[in-house]
Write a protein that binds this ligand. Structure first.
Ligand SMILES: [Cu+2]
Length: 141
């Protein structure tokens, strides 16, 4: 009988310890996710993420003079250049008038800025490694 009581007390103490720990952690968590920063705590504006073989979004709209930050969410290598993947599966390198010249590698969860875009218009970029991985940047006046 004594052993059972001791075991019960031990379990109770352990449970209390866990509850105490989680209570200690709670205020820290809630303060770090305050409404002020909740809008976009990790993603600055004008950011496009990339997964294994695609831009997570196909297009982005920015204002003239701004740049776009490409973020590689995985370790996959992406080689970004001016141009598009055509519907026949063949890439077309084309540097559109007014577009910043882009020829860059992003890998290992790194990030890279393209721009600034100093001319209003619609500009196309593609990944030379992954078929159909294309991004359209729309620059507003
Ligand atoms: Cu790619």
């Amino acid at each position: 009988m004594k052993k059972i009581v001791i075991a019960f007390v031990l379990v109770s103490l352990m449970t209390m310890g866990i509850v105490a720990c989680s209570r200690d952690g709670a205020p820290t968590v809630s303060s770090s996710t305050s409404p002020v920063v909740a809008a976009s705590p990790t993603t600055p504006p004008d950011t496009v993420h990339m997964d294994d073989e695609q831009f997570v979004q196909k297009s982005i709209m920015i204002n003239k003079g701004e740049s776009v930050t490409l973020i590689d969410d995985v370790s996959t290598l992406h080689v970004i250049a001016n141009g598009v993947w055509q519907s026949n599966g063949i890439p077309l390198y084309q540097e559109e008038p007014g577009a910043p010249s882009v020829q860059l590698q992003v890998q290992d969860k790194g990030s890279h800025q393209i721009g600034p875009f100093t001319t209003a218009g619609t500009f196309h970029f593609y990944c030379t490694v992954h078929q159909d991985m294309s991004l359209t940047v729309i620059v507003q006046e």
